[in-house]
Design a protein around this ligand. Structure first.
Ligand code: GDP
Ligand code: MG
Length: 370
């Protein structure tokens, strides 16, 4: 069990696989990128790069490598886009999310929405779209800070009666930094003082130029309040995502991100997870942040119990040992023992970090007093 694929180890250490192979040859070990090396060899080669490899970390990597290994291109299949709506306060983000959810879900399914889980999936004639209902830009930026790319597309909402405002610019900057394409939804076109041209002009100054002005940004005019232009917006989202050729391997252990989490008095830890790769199944053993668990139940965005969730699908997960943070990664592993092992190791690591922090702080305090 104590082995790791060379390319995985190199990737984790941020070293080129070729350089590692060269070093290993120097040490008398002949190995190729896709071959595995044992713990002792890994320690040896790591020390050549001034890395100290602990057994626990090594075991964690080898447990998780089954999920994190690179996919065979032949196994990739299409997945639906994950969209975040951003924009200045009061420009209509919540209204837009609501009108999309209501008109595309409630009317089709009797019973309607029973709960809010931070993400939902809608079906259109041309495909499915997942919307992340993140509170403001925080979740988006904190996840990005952790290296998670959870959004494929940003819909930038700009109110036609207000134009580009500070948070509009902020949203543009976040999206650009994340390399996420933007579709502009010019909202509130029903208002008497709506001025779409002004919005176009101001956004062009920010580098978002519509096609008929010679640019390549898609602009859609909508009214969340009067349910106008919503079909067109959904169509444009699907059109833009076609260009992105979004794909994932659905046929492996799942990996995803926590979008929202809470402690529920009846159900315990409840986490909304957006699956990114693989398929998550009820009963799977998972690691999530510092927590672990066996998935007791999964609910979809309509509150209906489901047995599995594939790429781009959000689900509520019940059965984790604790409440994870938004942005934490969830990884399915082969068995309970492995899940627990990784979680215990992460808890220890976190404690060690906190201890280091407090002792440093008390030292600083000591110096202050001197
Ligand atoms: P958020 O802060 O971006 O989430 O904005 P909200 O969705 O809360 O909307 C702010 C206000 O604008 C609310 O009073 C909405 O009713 C109103 N609003 C949103 N969309 C429209 C629209 O298309 N037309 C009009 N007239 N009002 C809208
Ligand atoms: Mg809002």
């Amino acid at each position: 069990d104590d082995t790791i694929v060379l390319s995985d180890l190199a990737k984790r250490m941020g070293i080129k696989a070729n350089e590692m192979i060269q070093k290993l040859i120097g040490l008398g070990v002949m190995v190729t990128v896709n071959q595995t090396i044992d713990f002792d060899t890994a320690v040896l080669v790591a020390s050549e790069f001034d890395y100290e490899l602990e057994r626990a970390s090594f075991e964690e990597e080898s447990i998780l490598s089954e999920t994190t290994e690179k996919d065979d291109p032949a196994k990739l299949t299409e997945r639906s886009p994950v969209v975040t709506i951003m924009g200045h306060v009061d420009h209509g983000k919540t209204s837009l999310l609501d009108v999309i959810r209501k008109t595309r879900i409630t009317e089709i399914e009797a019973g309607g929405i029973t709960q809010h889980i931070g993400a939902y999936n809608v079906s259109t004639d041309n495909g499915q779209i997942t919307f992340l209902d993140t509170p403001g830009h925080e979740a988006f930026t904190s996840m990005r800070a952790r290296g998670a790319k959870v959004t494929d597309l940003v819909v930038l909402v700009v109110a036609a009666d207000d134009g580009v405002m500070p948070q509009t610019v902020e949203a543009i900057n976040h999206s650009k930094a994340a390399g996420v394409p933007i579709i502009v939804a010019v909202n509130k076109i029903d208002k008497a003082n709506a001025d779409t041209d002004r919005v176009v002009r101001e956004l062009s100054e920010q580098g978002l130029v519509p096609e008929d002005w010679g640019g390549d940004t898609i602009f859609v005019k909508v009214s969340a309040k009067q349910n106008q232009g919503i079909d067109n917006l959904l169509e444009m989202i699907l059109l833009q995502s076609e260009v992105l050729e979004l794909k994932a391997n659905a046929d492996k252990l799942a990996k995803g991100y926590v979008v929202e989490s809470k402690l529920d008095s009846g159900r315990g830890s409840v986490a909304t997870v957006l699956v990114q790769e693989g398929t998550l199944h009820a009963g799977n053993s998972v690691v999530c942040g510092i927590h672990h668990g066996k998935i007791r139940a999964m609910l979809n965005d309509r509150g209906v119990q489901v047995e599995s969730a594939g790429p781009s699908i959000p689900v509520e997960v019940i059965g984790l040992s604790g409440v994870p943070n938004a942005g934490d990664e969830l990884i399915a592993v082969s068995d309970d023992k492995s899940a627990k092992q990784v979680s215990v190791h992460r808890v220890q690591k976190q404690r060690a970090k906190e201890l280091a922090k407090t002792s440093r702080m008390s030292l600083e305090k000591l110096f202050e007093k001197m």
